[in-house]
Design a protein around this ligand. Structure first.
Ligand SMILES: [Zn+2]
Length: 52
């Protein structure tokens, strides 16, 4: 059986730059939020998922 996954952007919450793509399971209820380095802000910021 195949695991259904979809791709999402991780968007910087400060400058709205979409710096990363990742994937998660289709039925996952949670929202992804990760501390990532933002090239525009030049620091670590929270990145939130956005649909591709
Ligand atoms: Zn940023």
């Amino acid at each position: 059986m195949k695991t259904k996954e979809r791709y999402v952007f991780l968007e910087c919450t400060e400058c709205r730059e979409r710096n990363y793509t990742t994937h998660k399971r289709l039925k996952a209820a949670y929202k992804l939020e990760k501390k990532k380095f933002c090239n525009m802000c030049r620091k670590h910021t929270s990145h939130r998922e956005k649909k591709l």
